[in-house]
Design a protein around this ligand. Sequence first.
Ligand SMILES: [Zn+2]
Length: 282
Amino acid sequence: MLFDCHAHVWWDSFSEDFDAVLERAKMAGVEKIIAPGTDLETSRRAVVLAKKHPKTIYAAAGIHPEEIPSLQDSPGLADARLNISASSRDLLSRRILELRQLITNNREHIVAVGEIGTDKNNEQLKNSIKEQMHLFREQCLLALEYDLPIIVHTRESLPETLEVLDTLPAMPPGQFHCFSYDEAGLSEILGRGFYVSFCGNISWSKRLQSILPTVPVERLLLETDSPLMMPRDKKGDPIDLSLRNEPANVRILAQIIADLRGVSLQDIGAITTENAQRLFHI
Ligand SMILES: [Zn+2]
């Protein structure tokens, strides 16, 4: 059995042939999928899918750092402590309140707060890092309050991500998804008790392929990040020319991971499924 811990199956490109996507996943041995939202609307969609497909799809609710509206500080409104404007903070507070309501009303279908975190991948994102850290922190607090693990997105922003985590009243359990850092980054993450997963990047990055065997197997999870991060073949071409990744492809990644670790696909499937069930209380 395989468990895709990160697939945005609420994405519009899945709406036409959703049942076929699920069927192909089942045929590939993928019996469970976590669908993380990236804003309030998609978190709601994830909950709808979880209600419709109990014991197969589980929802995570959260606001992704890339959703931060590009609000500029208004002169005179800057909050000295957070260095973000009062108007930005008000807007984010309203979003958090809505997220709280969504979780309260659907607690039994929601297994994590995610996808949340920080991102400094481009100039616009770099400029909103203070707002991102504020939003990430608020959502971590929500996770602690509801006793939920977090699903963390961090790109070019590990120090900022760790800074938020290290100043929480307690470290929440969780998953660092789509791992892209080095050995030092990995040990920072593992040292804080987190689980780690790789997505399509493990099919082409030699650097990540050399790091993967050093992840303790009891901390490893599988994910596709569908419909993004399509795995590539040995020549570097996408394995599917439709360019839409889907949960069935977690089998391809599981095979790559099994080969890199010198174990069987069945073993990797069994252990990572057990890990996911332990982390997400499924
Ligand atoms: Zn994602």
